[in-house]
Every structure is written in C-alpha cells, then in structure tokens.
Write a protein that binds this ligand. Structure first.
Ligand SMILES: C[S@@+](CC[C@H](N)C(=O)[O-])C[C@H]1O[C@@H](n2cnc3c(N)ncnc32)[C@H](O)[C@@H]1O
Length: 406
C-alpha cells in the first residue's frame, strides 16, 4: 500500500498489517468513546477522531499510529451523522477548551454516559448496577471558573486558551460556556492589562457576580468569593479548586453524601469542604483530608464559618493520611484528581475495608481501573452521571460501593 492510499474500511486486518503505511482513509464513526473522540474502524483497527459524530462518514488523515489503534483528523465530512450541527462558538475549530460543540446539546450527555458505561464494563470488567441516574444542567453559560493563557500581542495582550493538542494561544472574543459575568470579564480583559502580564490567569465567579483572579494584578479583582449551595456557604479564591457547573453543585453534594448517617466519615481530597460540610450534618464526626495548603486553609475557614465543631481538618496528602485511618471504618468518600487513586492509595483504601465507599471521578477510564481492584471486595450499588462539563468530552461519575459480607 503506498503512502496517501485511500482505502475503504471493509478490508480485513491483514490488509492493514502495516498501519505505518496508512495515511488517509474513509471510515464510518460508530460511537463516541470516553473523552469525547469518535471511533471508527479501518480493517478492524479502531481509529479515534476528534470532533466526529456517530453516523458520520469521514475521510481522515492518520496522525498517530499505535500497535492496536490510530488517531486521525477529519479531512472531509462525506456524510454527516444525526445530531451534527455547526458549532455555535466561532473559536471551536481551533480552541482546545471544548470538544463537542459539533453535536446538538440534547445528545451530548447521553453519548458521554454511554461511553463512560462502556469504559466501566470494558476496562473495569464491571457489571453495572440497576440503580443509575443521569443529571444535567444548562448546556451554556454554566462555568464558574476558568484558566486563561496570556501573551504579549501587538498593541494589546492576547487572552485565550490553548489550541487543541498544542500550546499555541487562540485569542478569544467570546466563550459561551462561561457564566455571563465571567464571560463579560474575560472578553474585556485584554484592555485592562498593562505591565507584568502573567502567562496564566485563574478567574473564579462567586455569588452576586463577584470575581477574583490569581495571580494578583493591579486593577484586577482579587481576594475571596463566596458560593452558597443548599444553605451552606463556601469561601475560596481563584487559586483553589471548586466545582465549576453553577446548576449542579447541590445535586453533586446530595448525590455524593446521600441519605446515609453514622458516627464517622472520611472525606479524602476534600477541597474547600464541598462534601465535608454536608457530611457533618449526617455524621457525628468528619475527618477531611486536603493536600493543597490554600484549599486546606479555606476548608478550615468554611468549617469555622459554619460553626461545625465536628469536622477535623487534616492538611496532608492522602498518601500519608490514609495510613492513619483505622480498619473497618464506616464511610470513606474519595474525590481524587484526574489521575485517580493510584496503586498505593488504592491498596491502602482497600485494606481499610470501609463499609460504605463513595468514589467521585471526572475520568471514567481511571475510575474503571480503580474499581476493577476495589470491586474484589465491594459491590457497586449505584452510579450517577453528572454532566458538569457540557460541550466537552468530560463527565463526572459518582459510584456508591458497599463492602461485601464475608
Ligand atoms: C477533584 S478535587 C475535589 C475537591 C472537593 N471534593 C470538591 O468537590 O470540591 C481534588 C482535590 O484533591 C486535592 N488533592 C490532589 N492530590 C492530593 C493528594 N495527593 N492528597 C491530598 N489532596 C490532594 C486537590 O488539591 C483538590 O482540592
């Protein structure tokens, strides 16, 4: 097969023995996979394509070759799949912030949930529970936080996001996934910056349109913001992690904390206390572990402001703190970053044999890997999918696990 060969996808695998030689081909997109890429096959080999829609017939160029799969980019849409649309945002073709604007809002969540379920079955080898729910909020204007990249430009500084798959800046004039006060601020930002332009700026929106930025720069809003959710108040600043979908904060807390009550619960990777404060109303004692110093500082502050004397804040890494947990604890919640628990923490949590374990994840493949190990002693009782990130390939998954009887 020569370079730049155009081949149909009906050939058998032997015809693609040398994927290395394949440059362009035609494929049909079967489905979305976790992360948001479309997947088609060439000679049986999976090919992953960004910005593809199920049902698309595409001419693609292979850009990365692996032994068992390849990645490709779209050269031409030959037939558009159902639900494909013109992306509403003018920056979508280059900006790396969103992955799914080419799909109608109504179908995005279901496709992401199907992909997450398949990943849990395929990577985790899990049988999925009968109890499953899908929660969604506004598809646009929802984000409470953003990370901007900045560069000196001719005249005014450039403000935007990195291009998909690179560190090249895409300057933006709008960003319709941001909550309106945040979008308004971002669009006008270039004109407000003078000297000492940082390469990255974090911006967070609190209640009543209040904004805060990090790092601290003259003329830009600074300090703390406050978010009130289900009658609880959370204070934080732009350096600190906070969940980003304005409509789903209450749903997330209620889903994670659930109706369970008891004597002691551990909230690992606690952030500024989103779950800890609610847990403290249901458990006599809550131990909240947070490794980031700034987040731990706000966790303490939020605990104090809520006058909750039954939360013990541990400002330490989970890797260290988990070793001090007693065996057979009642309840553990884990909400790790995208990399998941990792081998050591997962093994230590396994050994603690908590009766009720809740795993909150923004990365279904990593969740599947960790659950594969944990479900040797746990039963997966409930799965809730929350679309915290519309227009992107990401989805939040909450897994409720109960320890098996011996
Ligand atoms: C996905 S966030 C969840 C925060 C919180 N549960 C919430 O929903 O707002 C993960 C948190 O874990 C913290 N973190 C990351 N790695 C950690 C580690 N190894 N030990 C302790 N905390 C860690 C981060 O600082 C961050 O606050």
């Amino acid at each position: 097969m020569s370079d730049r060969a155009m081949m149909p996808d009906s050939g058998d695998a032997a015809r693609v023995r040398h994927l290395a030689e394949l440059d362009e081909c035609e494929i049909g997109i079967e489905k979305l996979v976790a992360g948001g890429d479309g997947m088609g096959r060439f000679g049986g080999l999976p090919i992953f394509v960004p910005c593809a829609a199920p049902g698309d017939r595409l001419r693609v160029r292979v850009v990365e070759r692996r032994r068992r799969y390849a990645r490709a980019e779209i050269l031409e849409i030959l037939v558009a799949g159902g639900g494909r649309r013109s992306p509403p945002c003018p920056h979508f073709s280059r900006c790396g912030g969103c992955d799914l604007q080419h799909l109608e809002d109504e179908i995005q969540t279901d496709l992401k949930v199907d992909a997450a379920r398949e990943t849990l079955r395929y990577i985790g080898g899990l049988s999925l529970p009968a109890t499953q729910r899908v929660l969604r909020g506004a598809p646009w204007g929802y984000r409470l936080r953003t990370q901007l990249h900045l560069e000196e430009g001719e005249g005014a500084p450039q403000v935007g996001y990195y291009e998909r798959g690179s560190h090249r800046l895409v300057a933006i004039e709008s960003c319709p996934v941001l909550a309106p006060p945040l979008e308004h601020f971002v669009v006008g930002l270039s004109g407000r910056l003078r000297d000492n332009i940082p390469s990255r700026l974090d911006v967070a929106l609190g209640d009543d349109g209040a904004l805060t930025c990090a790092p601290t720069i003259d003329d830009l809003p600074r300090g703390e913001v406050i978010s009130r959710v289900d009658g609880r108040s959370y204070v934080y600043d732009a350096r600190t992690f906070f969940q980003s979908h304005r409509d789903l904060l209450g749903d997330l807390i209620r889903t994670v904390v659930s109706a369970a009550t008891g004597t002691c619960a551990y909230d690992l990777y606690a952030g500024v206390g989103l779950f800890s404060l609610a847990l403290a109303e249901r458990y006599e004692r809550v131990v909240a572990v947070e490794g980031d110093r700034n987040a731990a500082r706000y966790l303490r502050k939020n605990t104090r402001l809520a006058r909750l004397a039954n939360i013990e804040v541990v400002g330490a890494s989970v890797e260290v703190a988990v070793k001090t947990l007693p065996a057979a604890v009642e309840r553990i919640i884990v909400d790790p970053p995208r990399a998941g628990l990792g081998f050591r923490v997962r093994s230590d949590i396994f050994d603690r044999r908590a009766r009720h374990l809740t795993y909150v994840s923004c990365h279904p493949a990593v969740l599947a890997r960790d659950l594969k190990h944990l479900c040797r002693i746990y039963t997966l009782c409930e799965l809730v999918f929350l679309d915290l990130f519309p227009q992107t390939g990401h989805i939040e998954v909450v897994a409720q696990l109960q320890l098996n009887e011996k």
